[in-house]
Design a protein around this ligand. Structure first.
Ligand code: HT7
Ligand code: ZN
Length: 877
């Protein structure tokens, strides 16, 4: 397969001003008529260039140029292109193409496809070429009109982008609806939906007084699960006006929920299409976690209207321009709507466990990649999450106001254009007194920088010397790295926990907190007039996506866990404390030594449990141990068995020592407030279930009964799932019965059944592998439904290191079997599922050999897709 390089970017030879589409819908044979008005691009440097349109899996019926029907050799058709020579160079011309497509056969879920009888499109990144021949690239922006013709019974609702401009009846029981989108857009933002859908309607009045119609379309039985999504949309619209000064621009905003979807959601102009998972919620079917995710995904897609749609990407290498920025915006929104501390910690957990692993593995790439085989493989944690961290660092360096000035300039200058990450940085430097040339390395250098920190306090001179070295490890294709521009938020605390004011040099003001701007490989800072030995608090708020290496004693970490004034660093100190302890225990297990838990951790947790807390979700995070996946990342050779044993031992020993306090917290949080989704109620459920998680590791009949009771009486999914999960993850007398009851209760709610699959697949119980094999044969399991595949296979391979990495290789074999089947059904999903096998270098020799054997087997798949080939081959090289 061919590699596409950023350095080869060239402007398009032709531009498309208008696109007029007519769809005559049928499940297995939809007719598409496309009328384009084109012109030669004045910026193109090639004379008399052929017009090369992209198209895949299309049955071509006719090509008409300015009223003249073309035939061979006026045009040439290949598997992926339609090439037309001798098109007018000096004037606008019209091209009319008729082709047909088969949505029913489209299991890849790209282009036009069928989901539960509903027809819908997914065009990002390159799905439009599966609908019609087109210049399918984001820097070709056009005006669209769309007419949809369909059967009145099967497709009573016919939707596309923009405003509805007409509708009418036809013979043969058909009807038509036409739509016009007044904004220029790239074809990846085109959308069409047709089906038997119910509409939930509301309105939003903008700051300037315009009334926007808001419509959520769902299958009829889901209409009682849309209130939260609608409310989330209204909050998002208000927030973007308030924080970024951005108002919605059309009169109508539609959201459609579909069951078969490769990702979370899609920001098509005026017609977002969502995975049902990120729309549907009722207290009894969705957890607090689901509620929060729905709000943030609704916000994310809404925010794309400005960061992505009005201003889009010049080419797909610039994907982080819209995704990194939009993730940063949705993170800010959720932080404002919920708890800033909790949101930041949750985002950092995700980044440190998953993105750091990507950055350290064979598929590491910069936030702005410079080469790809299949662009769908680059919707990655690096482009999204690290991309958001890059925007966050700009925000930190420029301050709230400076950042907003840069954004305002960006929106005004580039509105209606397709631009680059450099243009975004230019907006920041044009409006602020800052040089960001070195900062731009964040877009081009892959890998996670490591900061090595030492500090030395001299009591005689009352000076603290802080030394920070930075180093970025080699990544594929990038062996030598330059030092980066890194903002490090920093503060000092005295032995009572009081901040010590300090200054970087004598010209700057004293402050409780500073931002150290690293630009060189090594920096030394001296802080004077420090009266007593201080404790250093570094990388507050996780101000840069880096690894911090600093030797700290367990006592110092316990002190910071108690006293750091920064909520992130306080939590992080606790994580480092438990990580150090668990890594020590892993070592003991590997050396056959008896295990003993450090009293420092027990005392630290006891201390936390004895305090009173405002933010109970934050408190729960302080009490949570680092995940097995995070711990694995800290080891040179991952030992899944020892990690699991050590972590279980710590959990159980803490429960034994703190049983009284945990029980009190558990019993005190029971309230009748199901359906209440404010921070307090969510916090109460969270701490209660955290305590239950600890307590149920004890062999205590009364506690086992509490879990069972909670399962039976829960009125919300958070409590029901939490109870079921502790029963599935620990030996429990009612485990089998409760799993059966749960299935019976929820068999008609696919999103809840996904939880049922996922929970069993991630259990550490001894029978998990057999259970997964049995679940693969369950009538409710289907390879054609990505949510179900992610629930069962994703949870097993990515959420159950203990069993997936079973020493006999059965986990690897199971995953590969599925991936090979998925290759022909849904290549995007297949390649995403492959990720756990790509980390083979991190395991012992025997596991490495087993994983490599499966990767080689996958590469040998007949008709391997570009998606799968790229990930498998890069992970082996
Ligand atoms: N911009 C979208 C990314 C996307 C996607 C969505 C659904 C299915 C396939 C997809 N490929 C790319 C989603 C987002 O980031 O908002
Ligand atoms: Zn996005």
């Amino acid at each position: 397969p061919k590699t596409i390089f950023l350095k080869d970017y060239q402007v398009p030879d032709y531009l498309i001003h208008t696109v007029d589409l007519t769809f005559d819908l049928a499940e297995d044979n939809t007719l598409v008529k496309t009328q384009l008005s084109l012109v030669k691009n004045p910026s193109s440097s090639s004379d008399n260039a052929d017009l090369v349109l992209m198209g895949e899996n299309l049955v071509l019926h006719s090509v008409v140029l300015d009223g003249q029907t073309l035939s061979h050799p006026d045009y040439l058709q290949t598997d992926e292109q339609l090439i037309i020579a001798n098109v007018p160079q000096q004037r606008e011309f019209t091209l009319t193409i008729e082709n047909s497509i088969n949505p029913k056969a489209n299991t890849a879920l790209e282009g036009l496809y069928l989901s539960n009888g509903m027809l819908c499109t997914q065009c990002e990144a390159e799905g439009f070429r599966k609908i019609t021949y087109f210049l399918d690239r984001p820097d070709v922006m056009s005006r669209y009109t769309t007419t949809i013709i369909g059967d009145k019974q099967r497709y009573p609702v016919l939707l596309s982008n923009g405003n509805k401009t007409g509708s009418g009846e036809l013979s043969d029981n058909k009807h038509w609806v036409s739509w016009q989108d007044p904004f220029n857009k790239p074809c990846y933002l085109f959308a069409l939906v047709a089906g038997q859908l119910e509409c939930i309607h509301d309105t939003y009045t903008t700051q300037s007084g315009r009334v926007i119609n808001l419509e959520i379309f769902v299958e009829p039985h889901d209409r009682d699960k849309c209130a939260h999504a609608m409310q989330s949309l209204k909050y998002s619209m208000a927030w973007d006006e308030e924080v970024y000064g951005r108002e919605y621009d059309l009169d109508l905003y539609m959201i459609v929920a579909v069951s078969h979807f490769n990702m979370g959601a899609m920001e098509n102009k005026g017609l977002n299409i969502f995975n049902t998972k990120f729309v549907l919620a009722r207290p009894d079917t969705a957890t607090d976690y689901d509620y929060e995710h729905i709000e943030s995904v609704i916000a994310h897609e809404y925010f794309h209207n400005w960061t992505g749609n009005r201003i889009t990407c010049r080419d797909w290498f610039q994907l982080s321009l819209k995704e990194g920025f939009t993730v940063f915006r949705d993170q800010q929104f959720t932080a404002d709507r919920t708890s800033k501390a909790v949101k930041r910690i949750e985002d950092v957990i995700n980044l440190r466990t998953r993105q750091f692993a990507e950055d350290a593995g064979p598929l590491a790439h910069p936030v702005r990649p410079d080469a790809y085989i299949e662009i769908n493989n680059f919707y990655t944690l690096t482009v999204y999450e690290k991309g958001a961290e890059v925007v966050r660092m700009l925000h930190t360096l420029l301050g709230e106001q400076g950042f907003r000035k840069g954004c305002d300039w960006y929106f005004e200058k580039y509105d209606g254009q397709a631009v680059t990450c450099d243009d975004f940085v230019l907006a920041m430097t044009t409006t602020n007194p800052i040089d960001l040339e070195q900062f731009k390395l964040w877009y081009t250098q892959a890998g996670t920088p490591v900061l090595t920190v030492t500090s030395d306090y001299n009591a005689t001179t009352q000076a603290l010397t802080l030394n920070i070295d930075q180093h970025c490890p080699a990544t594929p294709g990038q062996h030598v790295k330059k030092p980066m521009h890194i903002p490090v938020r920093f503060g000092l605390i005295d032995q009572q926990g009081t901040p010590i004011p300090c200054q970087v040099n004598s010209n700057t003001a004293l402050a409780n907190e500073l931002i150290l701007e690293l630009t060189q490989a090594s920096h030394t800072y001296v802080f004077n007039d420090i009266k007593e030995q201080p404790v250093v608090s570094l990388l507050r708020g996780f101000s840069a996506p880096v690894k911090l290496v600093m030797e700290r004693s367990l006592d110092e970490l316990a002190f910071l866990l108690n006293y750091d004034t920064d909520t992130f660093s306080r939590w992080d100190a606790g994580q480092q404390l438990s990580t150090q302890i668990i890594l020590g225990l892993i070592n003991d297990i590997q050396n056959g030594l008896a295990l003993q838990l450090s009293p420092i951790l027990i005392d630290a947790f006891q201390n936390l449990l004895a305090q009173s807390w405002q933010d109970l979700s934050y408190f729960s995070l302080l009490l949570s141990l680092p995940s097995e996946t995070y711990l694995a990342e800290q080891m040179p050779i991952i030992d899944v068995v020892a990690i699991h044993k050590a972590r279980e031992f710590v959990t159980k020993t803490l429960a034994e020592n703190l049983q009284q306090a945990l029980q009190t917290w558990y019993l005190n949080q029971h309230r009748d407030e199901s359906g209440c989704f404010n921070a307090e109620a969510i916090g109460r459920r969270r701490i209660k279930n955290t305590c239950l998680h600890y307590l149920t590791t004890l062999d205590d009949a009364a506690i086992k009964n509490w879990a069972h009771q909670q399962f039976k009486t829960a009125k919300n999914m958070t409590d029901q799932m939490a109870a079921l999960s502790v029963m599935v993850n620990n030996p429990h007398y009612a485990r089998r019965q409760c799993l059966m009851d749960f299935y019976q209760q929820w068999q008609h709610e696919p999103l809840v059944i996904d939880k049922w699959f996922s929970l069993q697949a991630s259990s550490p119980g001894l029978d998990t592998y057999d259970t997964v094999l049995a679940l693969l044969k369950h009538p409710a399991f289907e390879l054609k439904t990505p949510n179900r595949v992610r629930a069962l296979i994703g949870s097993f391979s990515q959420g159950n290191p203990l069993h997936f990495h079973a020493a006999n290789g059965t986990g690897y074999q199971l995953l590969s079997d599925i991936i090979i089947e998925l290759n022909s059904l849904n290549p995007q999903l297949a390649s995403r599922m492959l990720s756990p096998l790509t980390t083979w270098r991190r395991y012992d020799d025997s596991r490495q050999a087993l994983m490599i054997a499966q990767l080689e087997r996958i590469i040998a798949t007949e008709h391997i897709s570009r998606d799968l080939y790229e990930v498998a081959s890069k992970s082996l090289s």
